[in-house]
Design a protein around this ligand. Structure first.
Ligand SMILES: [Zn+2]
Length: 574
């Protein structure tokens, strides 16, 4: 069936961006942009910075327009702080460009920025994100922005005046302007994001010797602890001093070791690349923020236009297990892709408008999410999904370049999770159980259930605490078996008598719900009564106690399949 993509937010932005691009630069490729700072592990929350323009660019491409999605690697930003888990001696590199800081010990990459970019690049490939990466180190050190830098220095008084309009507003606004609506968690996330971005408490170029929008990296210590003390517009001679004691005069028309301050750098790049769409997080969108100031500077100084720039809400995480806290406790897209397939992760972003906050589940919620995803997939096949849901689905499962890899035989995630939980991943046992699940549609090899099987297994082993894991008893609980009353004995007898004829997921479901009906003398298709529900609950609790020594566990049909008929008889025979 044909999805009607007009129904969703992606399509509405695509309409707007195409119209705007035709007005600004008819016939040119349409430019959508994201910026990422490889100052440390790139958080899963920052993925929205990429996914929002990715989805819009992909829709534009699907419609046959030429479009490029730029990801600007802010790898020429200063190294700000040593993250948790890194040797404190890295503090000596604070103030250097991220590409001049050594990679963490053991890394295969030449520097800090490359090390943290690599993991993101790998995740983006898995997610099917097509983009053109632009290293700001490469751009600045090659002199690509020479004219723009000289222009900004020439127009420094004007830039200072624009900034000053907002500096004043910032002072008159109350302490934390847009923070009121954020709950604590979002505020913390905002803080995280701000620290990881170019906007973080960077000085805007104001110094004792006047306003200069360009900041050199020191040629001796490589750090940006420099102050511009003089600049000559005619000769472009720039004099700076550094806290290390060094000082020198360079010719800016030949100097390639420095950068524009963030609030000037961003609008410069909008104009340089002709960006038409670039969303930003709330940390960039408050009054006096870099997005607002940039909107003035891009036109007044650089002769460009501000992109269409929706503000996106933060993406939270639910239930990230403690295992990751050694690495700072913040999951990366790579962490998410180890427990869910790329289409599911894409779907989480596609189905919510950018201004809607949502959470990515690392806890039990992931099982419900996968159920919802599978249900939507069935509805799409049947043609019963509504237009917006169908559009989100189609954006999740593929891009303009084609479909993303899928699991050939996608079994319910919660079933797979229960099975690998019980078998502790043993491949032979797992295959035996998977074969028995549905005799009408048997699983022939583990490979056809991958990668979903591997994701479920990774989730069980890394995210489910040991005390919630399932351990099937190896010996029958003879004490409990000896104390059973007649009703319980009769129920177990009926269950064991039916095992062979019901050995499938569906069959065992009928059997475990049916045993209490049989025992009460009710027909199998009876509507559940309160009495029956109580009987079923008591029977299930008994089975859990005898099979896994607890009140609850994975769904009983899955558990029985996993336990196997022989062991089930051993554990359930009084
Ligand atoms: Zn220095």
């Amino acid at each position: 069936m044909a999805a009607t993509p007009e129904a969703d937010w992606v399509s509405r932005f695509a309409d707007e961006v195409i119209a705007e691009a035709e007005r600004r630069a008819p016939g040119k490729p349409i430019v959508c942009a994201s910026g990422l700072s490889p100052s440390g592990p790139i958080h899963l929350g920052n993925l929205r910075e990429v996914m929002t323009p990715h989805l819009v660019a992909d829709e534009i491409r699907r419609r046959g327009h030429e479009v490029v999605h730029i990801i600007s690697w802010d790898d020429y930003d200063r190294y700000r702080k040593v993250p948790a888990g890194i040797d404190p001696s890295w503090a000596e590199h604070i103030g250097k460009p991220l590409t001049s800081v050594p990679a963490p010990p053991g890394s295969a990459y030449p520097n800090w920025a490359e090390h943290y970019k690599a993991a993101m690049i790998e995740s983006l490939a898995q997610l099917g994100v097509a983009y053109r990466g632009i290293s700001q180190t490469q751009m600045y050190t090659s002199g690509a922005y020479r004219e723009q830098i000289l222009l900004a220095m020439r127009e420094r008084a004007k830039i200072d005046a624009v900034l000053d309009r907002y500096r004043t507003k910032g002072r008159t606004a109350s302490g934390a302007p847009q923070q009121g609506k954020l709950d604590e968690e979002e505020a913390a996330a905002a803080q995280e994001a701000a620290e990881g971005s170019g906007a973080a408490s960077e000085d805007d170029g104001t110094g004792a010797a006047g306003y200069y929008p360009y900041k050199p990296y020191c040629s001796v210590c490589e750090r940006d602890l420099t102050t511009v003390v003089a600049y000559d517009d005619d000769t472009t001679e720039l004099t700076y001093t550094c806290q290390c004691g060094h000082g020198e005069t360079v010719r800016l028309s030949e100097h390639d070791r420095g950068k524009l301050v963030w609030k000037v750098d961003w609008p410069m790049r909008w104009a340089y690349e002709g960006v038409v769409f670039e969303p930003s997080g709330v940390d960039h969108s408050s009054p006096g923020s870099s997005f607002q100031v940039g909107g003035q500077l891009v036109g007044e100084i650089f002769g460009g236009q501000q992109p269409i720039g929706p503000m996106y809400a933060f993406v939270g995480i639910s239930g990230m297990a403690k295992m990751s806290s050694s690495r700072g406790g913040v999951p990366t897209p790579g962490d998410a892709l180890q427990i869910m397939e790329p289409p599911l992760l894409r779907w989480l972003y596609a189905r919510r408008r950018p201004n809607q906050a949502f959470k990515i589940a690392f806890d039990q919620e992931i099982q419900r999410l996968y159920d919802e995803w599978d249900t939507l997939g069935r509805k799409v096949v049947e043609g019963t999904a509504n237009a917006a849901d169908a559009a989100a689905y189609s954006r999740a499962v593929g891009t303009a370049a084609g479909p993303l890899p899928t699991t050939p035989h996608p079994l319910p995630y919660r079933t797979l999770a229960s099975i690998v939980d019980i078998t502790t991943g043993d491949p032979q046992q797992t295959l035996r159980i998977l074969r028995d699940l549905d005799p009408a549609d048997p699983v022939a090899s583990l490979d056809e259930t991958r990668p979903r099987l591997d994701r479920a297994q990774h989730w069980i082993t890394t995210q489910v605490p040991a005390d919630q894991r399932t351990r099937v008893l190896t010996e029958p609980d003879t004490t409990l078996l000896a104390k059973l009353d007649d009703t319980e004995r009769e129920s177990l007898r009926l269950l064991l008598a039916g095992l062979d004829d019901h050995w499938s997921l569906e069959g065992l479901t009928t059997l475990v719900y049916g045993v209490p009906k049989q025992r009460l003398g009710l027909p199998m298709d009876v509507k559940p009564t309160p009495e029956l529900k109580v009987a079923q609950r008591e029977f299930f609790a008994l089975l859990y106690h005898l099979l896994v020594g607890r009140d609850t566990g994975p769904r009983l049909p899955t558990l029985l399949l996993a336990v196997g008929p022989a062991q089930a008889r051993t554990l359930l025979t009084p």
